[in-house]
Structure formats: C-alpha cells, structure tokens
Write a protein that binds this ligand. Structure first.
Ligand code: FES
Ligand SMILES: [Fe+2]
Length: 451
C-alpha cells in the first residue's frame, strides 16, 4: 500500500556536490558574519519567555548580541546589546529589569532604548543628544510563538521571508504551544553540519536501526521558498505508511498496526521524549481493545488520533483542524533558513537551532527543545538546561545516535580523500537548497554538478 505519495516524492533534483569550504573554512565563518547573519530573520526566543513588560532575553550570534524585551504589554523590541559610552556589553542571559544599566560607568537606558542617565553629562557639552544616545534597534516580529530578529533595517517583512513555510505551518497553531523541555550543548562541528543531521531522514535506517522494525521508509524532500521540508514518501520494501506526519502508523507486511502503533508511541516517548504526547500514547495503548484485528494502518491511525483529540478536548486542549492533504504537503520536518529545524505535530513540535560558537568553523551551539499545547495554566516552568554529555543517558537514544555522527562528519570532511558532500537528489533536497541559499548570501560555495 504505497498511497502516501506526494508529488515531490517522484521528483529528482540534479545530483550535486557541495564544496567543503562552507563547513571548514574560517574565511567562510567571517563571510557568514558579514553577509548572512546580519541579513536574515532568526529566532531569538519564544514569546512565552518574555511575558511581562521588562522581561528580556539576549540572543548572541557570532560577535553580535541582541536584547529582545517587552517594552509594553503588546510590544516587543530589539536592541543591540552594547553600551553607547565605551562599548561594554550591557547585559547577558535573560531576566527582568526596569532599565538597562552599564556596570562600567553606570550609564542607563529605559526599556524602549531611550537614554536615562549619563554621569557628568555636561562634560560632553551639547555633543550627546537624546538621539545619538538612543540604543540602536533591530527589526523584531513574531510568528508561530517565536520572537524573530533581523539586523537589516531594509529587510523584507518576516511573513514574506518565511513564505510558504508560514502558511503551511500556520494550521498547526505553533503559537499556542509552550516549552515542555529544552536542552543545549556545544558540538565540535560546524553549525551547518549539526543542523543537517536533522533536516533529512535518509539517515534513519543506518543511524536509528531500531526504528525500522516497523517500517523502512523512503522520504520526499523539497524546497519551499528559501526553506525546505521533507515527509514520508513510501515504504522502502513492502509494508504500509498509514496516515501522515507524527499521527501516522507505519507497519511492515504482516505486522498488526494496532500493536505496532501502541509500541511505537511508547518507544518514541522513551527514546526521544518528543513527536508524541501522553494523550496520544494512551490512545495508542487502547487500540488493540478498541479495534478488530485486520484494521488497516490508515484506519488505525485515524482512530488513534480521533480518540486522542477527544481526550485532549476533555482536558481543555482543543486540537487545530488540520486538513490531511495540507498536512501531507507540509511533511513533518521543516528547515527554516538558515538555522532552525522544526518538526511540527498536531499538538507538539520538536525544534532545533544551531549557531556558530565563535569564529571556529569546528564548533557550534546546538539547542533542542520541545513545545506542546497544554491546558491553560498547566504549562510547565522550564529553563534552558546545559547538558554537555551527548550520551543516551542524558539525551535519550535517538538524539545520542544523531549526536555521534556530527563530530565525525566534521572530522571526515577535512580529509584529502573527501570530494565534497553529495546529498541524495531525492531525499536530501533540503541540504542542496540550504547551500544554494547560502551561496546567494555568501557569494561562494554553490552546489556544483558532480564530476
Ligand atoms: S562603557 Fe558603559 S558606561 Fe562606560
Ligand atoms: Fe536522526
């Protein structure tokens, strides 16, 4: 039963090779600092992190640091995090404040960037004005429950930048989700090497062999504006992919989709703690009692999700109305250019953000977080947890498996024996697109024909 097809599934891109410079060159890191990061919309934080006026979060990218802060109940603003006296960084991390206060000589600014105090200001005569003492702003907008920043004053509006990802992802109502957990660490690899472990699923069979006990899948991958997405195309050898996205039930020939779904949901909780919820897991456990043997995978998936939706509604979590066709078109994994990957589900999403860690092309900051819809008032209190140990014990099985590849890829790419990356023209189009877009910003490193 190969009926979960998508037009993109049969499409093949021209095979290309991606030059290695984008991953290993210090000059390329500098070029990103000049031509990429100051020009693109980036996720600074979730809106929920700054609920009250005076709450702020700093977002650091290479040498730049941005403060995003709520300056009125309905207004979020962004400023360069630097004192306009002699350049001390004003603040760090996140917190709540009435004013930004420089610890060096005590200059102060109001939340909206207006200067509030200069010690012995008269010594400057008329040279310091309210205007030239104002903190320099960056563009800020919100979408999907995230606060986005852009340092380019002439940038296009966020929603235009995100097209068509925004319209395909809007039905998931990501803005109604709140953090469930969030962890981060540094990796000895380029930020792109890290992110590219998560914008394709071609690696699933070799890296996560335990997941193929239900079905071994081929994936489609396609561009979407400057972004890209991928989803399930078809089973590789027999079996059924029933339903789409994370509400789908996949089985090998001869497997009972009822028990397979029950086992799979539990296993995802134990080995990833993402891409499902307690409600769905419990609905899956009831499938063998509620459905007769022989129920096809697609009906099993529909029953599981309908019953989970009822249970969630009873506790105050009303599911968004998702159009199955649109959901299939959206796939289950989005790379939002340049540095976020989002795996959306009906009431949850698994998200990744990667950033360079200083000027070293071999080091990155990597963040993983799960957001979920909770009954109002029952959102858990979370904070960023630094978890440097990339083991199964600290990150669970699936991420620990992914984490093993990333530093090894970074090492391997430096070999004289490596001709450049050759992503799958069907299943890793997101990676090809990533480097096409990067080349547009940077001016070098475009994918080339394989010779
Ligand atoms: S550097 Fe900030 S007050 Fe002097
Ligand atoms: Fe993986």
């Amino acid at each position: 039963m190969n009926d979960i097809t998508n037009p993109a599934a049969s499409r093949l891109e021209a095979p290309v090779v991606i030059p290695v410079e984008a991953y290993v060159s210090e000059a390329y890191v500098r070029a990103e600092g000049e031509r990429l990061w100051p020009k693109v919309w980036q996720i600074a934080c979730r809106v929920e992190e700054i609920p009250k006026v005076g709450d702020y979060v700093t977002y650091d990218i290479l040498d730049e640091s941005i403060i995003v802060t709520r300056t009125a109940p309905d207004r979020i603003q962004g400023f360069y995090n630097v004192c306009l006296h002699r350049g001390r960084r004003l603040t760090e991390g996140c917190g709540h404040t009435a004013q930004f206060y420089c610890r060096f000589h005590g200059w102060r600014w109001n939340l909206d960037g207006e200067n509030a105090f200069v010690l012995d200001r008269e010594d400057w005569g008329e040279a310091l004005t309210n205007e030239n003492l104002r903190m320099k702003q960056v563009r800020v907008d919100t979408w999907g429950g995230w606060v986005w920043i852009n340092m380019d004053p002439d940038c296009e509006p966020l929603l235009d930048y995100l097209k068509p990802a925004s319209s395909l992802l809007d039905p998931f109502e990501l803005e109604k989700m709140r953090y469930r957990w969030r962890q981060w660490l540094n990796f000895p690899c380029n930020w792109k090497t890290a992110l590219e472990a998560f914008n394709e699923s071609y690696h699933a069979r070799a890296t996560h062999p335990q997941l193929t006990k239900w079905v071994d899948l081929i994936y489609w991958s396609r561009t979407a504006g400057r972004h890209a997405c991928h989803g399930v195309a078809t089973p590789r050898e027999g079996g059924a992919a029933g339903g789409s996205g994370f509400g789908g039930v996949n089985v090998r020939d001869g497997q009972d989709p009822r028990t397979a779904a029950a086992e799979m949901m539990l296993e995802m909780e134990q080995t990833l703690d993402a891409t499902t919820t307690r409600t769905i897991i419990e609905a899956a456990q009831r499938l063998p009692q509620e459905l007769p043997p022989g129920t096809p995978a697609e009906l099993v998936a529909a029953h599981m999700m309908a019953s989970a939706a009822r249970d969630d509604a009873a506790r105050g979590v009303v599911w968004p109305a998702l159009d199955p066709e649109k959901t299939a078109e959206a796939g289950f994994d989005w790379h939002l250019f340049p540095n976020s990957v989002i795996l959306p589900g009906v009431t949850f999403a698994l998200c990744y953000r990667a950033r360079p860690n200083g000027a070293d092309p071999n080091s990155c900051i990597f963040e993983v977080y799960v957001i979920e819809r909770f009954p109002e008032g029952e959102e858990p209190k979370t904070e960023w947890v630094y978890e440097p140990d990339p083991t199964e014990e600290k990150w669970r099985l699936i991420l620990s498996q992914d984490f093993q590849n990333m530093p090894k890829v970074q090492q391997g790419m430096k070999s004289r024996g490596f001709p450049g990356a050759r992503p799958s023209p069907r299943q890793e189009v997101a990676i090809i697109q990533f480097h096409r877009m990067l080349a547009q910003y940077i001016g070098t490193g475009a994918p080339e024909a394989i010779r």
